[in-house]
Design a protein. Sequence first.
Length: 256
Amino acid sequence: MFRALLTHPLTRGLDIDDPRTTHIRQRIIREKRFLRQIYEEWYKELADALPEGREPVLELGSGAGFLNDFVPDLITSDVFRCPGIDVVLDGSQRLPFAEGCLRGIVMTNVLHHLPHPRRFFKEATRCVRLGGVIVMIEPWVTPWSRLVYGRLHHESFRPEASEWEFPSSGPLSGANVALPWIVFERDRAQFRLEFPEWQIQTTEPIMPFRYLVSGDVSLRSLTPHRTFELWRLMEKSFQPLMKTLAMFAQVTLVRV
């Protein structure tokens, strides 16, 4: 009942795997000023992590976002056709790009939806040039996020999963929110063994509270947009505790 009361009116009753839902979420991100500021902050970080070069950058799961405002000549993509998308592709399948033609692949809240992450890393190895990067903002596992993702979040959260792969019920409904942490933290040695072409440059835990109180793309905002700077400063004061409190991490991999 509590979640029903908080559900954003534009998304009430919609199928999460329906392309129309992604289009509506794009509108929500642009109109919810608190949430939009979060995405602007994330996009600046992603853009700053990209290496110099003339090669294009591919974004996975672009549907509801606006990263192309921050990265010129960005190739936008999603698993289905929706407004503003350059290429329809599945990140778990063969990517339609030549060897070494990309200087980077970026994504926001996408990796944990890929049911076959090994296929993605193999394709990224083929398509990204030496010195290129994979940069992502993804959910992260901490004592605080275990409580939030385990009890309050609608997506599957299985940090105890023995395998990286998972059965997919749909392009967006299928997920393991814990997957990025599993791959880059719990199973870091395994990732390095299987993909020596990628150096894990950073796994920086971030943002314990702001995304939660923003209501994300599904719920109403839980705080006025005018409080954004106060929340940002409060999170900054908790920086020494991010390994305990963070809900997300910025992960940067470098092709070597």
